[in-house]
Design a protein around this ligand. Structure first.
Ligand code: HEC
Ligand code: HEC
Length: 290
């Protein structure tokens, strides 16, 4: 089955994009857009193989419906930046190598599993849920939560880092016309849209490169991919590091990038509930902060 999905989501990418902006299959859209909707899928035989492999080797921790398991700490793969940005299994392979203990699969198997994950993402309806959970064709309204419940959740989960009379003062007024953007601002942990979109860029963030001999080099990330890491050092000079890459495994040097969204990503796992009620409640509450 080769299918081309020509609708797109409004903005954003990654584990948090789906609940914000997904439009149902067949919904209004434009050409181009995010890979989960525009990529060509592998032949059905590969998807079937991937499904079998997934159920056998991944579902214990990431759940049969790919939505993750709090108990096993396996993240939701439908919302994961790695699986969204993955092209042919290369990012999934890199994630698998980071598992404890590492999960090693032959490259064709990683490809099949990742294609299976992509095929589920392609069919996924709104909010990062499994296919078929949400009715198709509804207008997506984010201001449906309880501001009162949201206030309680805010106190519990957000007040250690934020205050509605301090750094988040007036946030509701700022987004009075655009509750979706308000939701995006707090879910992504960033009010200026840039940077976090395509490719989930961490450019500009503090990063530590560890060389094969254990030497560590600190700087700010310029770019990284499977083959190259580029940092700006404290003195302003740029330094590039070539990475070893054999078959399907990234070798050295390794790089650790500080992710300013880390707190928010973790929080969303805690907040996750099938109907995203917590998320809507918090948005409803923030909308009242004028
Ligand atoms: C024993 C439990 C376990 C198994 C089995 C497992 N995973 Fe994971 N996986 C995890 C955990 C825990 C994490 C989070 C690791 C971390 O953040 O350091 C993770 C992270 C990931 C990620 C990165 C997600 C993200 O957004 O960061 C991907 C992709 C992934 N796993 C895919 C797979 C696939 C595909 C399989 C099967 C081939 C698999 N995993 C098998 C536990 C598991
Ligand atoms: C552990 C600390 C921490 C917690 C807990 C936390 N945040 Fe954040 N938040 C941050 C950081 C750090 C940033 C800035 C991220 C960046 O620079 O990209 C941020 C950014 C934001 C922004 C964007 C602010 C701006 O001016 O760009 C909003 C809105 C926000 N958080 C709301 C929330 C809400 C709502 C909660 C609770 C559900 C929450 N945060 C929980 C640390 C936290």
């Amino acid at each position: 089955m080769r299918k081309r999905y020509l609708f797109a989501v409004a903005a954003g990418i990654g584990c948090l994009a789906a609940p914000l902006m997904a439009q149902p299959p067949g919904g209004r859209g434009r050409a181009g857009g995010f890979p989960q909707y525009t990529r060509q899928l592998a032949p059905q035989a590969v998807l079937d193989k991937g499904k079998g492999l997934y159920e056998d080797k991944c579902s214990a921790c990431h759940a049969v419906d790919l939505r993750g398991s709090l108990e096993k700490n396996g993240p939701n793969l439908l919302r994961s930046t790695e699986t969204f940005s993955d092209k042919q299994g290369e990012l999934v392979a890199a994630s698998l190598a980071k598992h404890t203990p590492p999960v090693t699969l032959p490259q064709p198997d990683t490809f099949a599993v990742s294609e299976y994950i992509h095929s589920v993402q392609a069919k996924m309806s709104g909010q990062g849920s499994p296919p078929g959970r949400n009715p198709v064709g509804l207008t997506y309204n984010v201001l449906v939560g309880s501001a009162k419940d949201g206030a309680a959740t805010f106190t519990k989960l957000c007040s250690s880092c934020h205050s509605v009379t301090g750094d988040l003062k007036g946030i509701g007024a700022k987004y009075a016309d655009d509750p979706k953007a308000l939701q995006g601002a707090w879910v992504f942990g960033r009010t200026s849209g840039g940077g976090f979109g395509r490719g989930g860029s961490l450019a500009g963030q503090p990063a530590t490169v560890t060389l094969a001999n254990g030497t560590k080099v600190e700087g700010k990330l310029v770019r990284k991919d499977d083959f190259l890491i580029v940092l700006t050092l404290a003195d302003g000079t740029r330094k590039s590091f070539t990475r070893t890459y054999t078959n399907d495994a990234i070798g050295t040097p390794t790089v650790e990038v500080k992710d300013p969204q880390a707190a928010h990503k973790k929080m969303l796992l805690v907040l996750d509930d099938p109907k995203n009620q917590n998320m809507y409640d918090i948005t409803a509450y923030l909308a009242t902060i004028k």
